[in-house]
Design a protein around this ligand. Sequence first.
Ligand code: ATP
Ligand code: MG
Ligand code: MG
Length: 556
Amino acid sequence: KEVVKTNFIRSIIEKDLETGKNGPRVITRFPPEPNGYLHIGHAKSICLNFGLAKSYNKNGVEAQCHLRFDDTNPEKEDVEYIESIQEDVKWLGYDWGENLFYASDYFDKMYEYAVKLINMDKAYICELSPDEAREYRGTLTEPGKDSPYRNRDSKESLELFEKMKNGEIEQGKMVLRLKIDMSSPNINLRDPIIYRIKKAHHPKTGDKWNIYPIYDFAHCIEDSIENITHSICTLEFEDRRPLYDWVLETLGTESHPQQIEFSRLNLEYTIMSKRYLKQLVDESHVSGWDDPRMPTISGMRRRGYMPESLRNFCEQIGVTKKDGTIAMSTLETNVRDTLGPVTARVFGVIDPLKVVITNWDEGVQEIDCAYHPQDESYGNRKVPFTKEIYIERDDFKEEANRKFFRLKTGGSVRLKFAYVITCDEVIKDENGEIIELRCTYHKDTFGGVTPEGMKKVKGIINWVSATDNLEIECRLYDRLFTVPNPMSNKDKSFVESINPDSLKVVKTFVEKSLSTAKVGERFQFERQGYFIVDKDSTDDLKVFNRIITLKDTWAK
Ligand code: ATP
Ligand code: MG
Ligand code: MG
């Protein structure tokens, strides 16, 4: 069951509902820039914004979350990203209904507002070069200096702005800046740029615009046009809130949303920035944005994580103003916990070792096996037991101490749902590698029985017929990086911390009932972990991704 914890944002909203600040309305938004695929950090923002809308939309309150593409930066944006973002939000279980918006739909309105600010003498065209502008801006300890263009006539600024818009000015030659305060202790208020020239083709507006607005100007206007009540963003934007408020106050917009900041999600053993994730894709360190090792939502989906796992995770880590890094095991525990009740158990081996049962003369015995130990509704299937089987290589040791309850030379182990076997002989190749075990089975031990006079066998292991099975490809995934914070080393690119063992591919065997498994179906391979059928599967070869092992193998 999904539990909702309270947090400081919910407190703000509840107070606003009580005082009637925005009327009976809670309108949030999730505003991704379509310049990459969404990652687990975005999931935190999605769960928060859509989750708030979902939970307050009752008792006469109109609560909605808008999905808005912040497409104000045409060079890096692409329709592929727009499509993937919608797919990811839907997969997470959220619905924007009619409320799908594009910032570019407001370009005319933004332009109009910019003209209004020029007319109010609150904005001017500046011709300082980027280097000069940096010098004039000052530092944290030194106030800035007024640009020599600051006091130019509004009429002249208007004409130049019009020329910028019409493409008559060369890129980089002029910008539109707000006229606020060059000596403000908050550098964001030192006459920030709000429009620059970009002669770029935009996926939605085509070649209409030669100028594009800057985030700080565009975002508050987008929020205001959409009547957002609570504009939730990450902590880096705290210093920019005065600018957000300045723009809306100065324009005198009817709607003035409240910006609220919360701490972003950082996760160990991965990175969380579209720019660097794109680098991993572009340099082929991974197979694509949806590579199952990626921290992207599409990667996690392909890996086999369930949407509930991500939602539970986001709820569990909570919403605060404290920065921190979350342990990967927190996410992985949620993944394991949600898979347990919803997956059938089947037999598969990861690293097969052949066992010949020397006293077996029964041909094929079809054994009735339950798909789920706690849930009868899963039903049963038949698994063939044969003279030659495979067991897991690491379930056998030639010599082992008394605490090793699996198979050892001269020792016995139970084959799950079948018989107890005893290892009589170990066969090796010329290199000393074990290639086969010769065992005898005990006929009267079938189905968990320990006959009188026989010592109880403690170990139970998984197995697969060596002659009647399905050969598959298994992709065994591990963490993408070997260090908790790949970005922390200043002298080393994060690429150098990629885990060389983050993907192992093996050909192996599972019970043949899996030959009808469909892409996207999940299973627990008994004792080995959770697996999902990957989209790379063909009629000839099914590919299984290991979602996660049954136990945390990273815990020390
Ligand atoms: P990145 O830095 O990874 O490119 P971004 O912040 O530039 O991400 P946007 O597309 O602008 O990506 O983000 C959409 C929304 O997702 C924003 O409201 C942003 O605050 C939120 N968001 C992005 N990353 C995280 C994160 N790690 N934790 C929580 N929220 C995040
Ligand atoms: Mg961004
Ligand atoms: Mg960013």
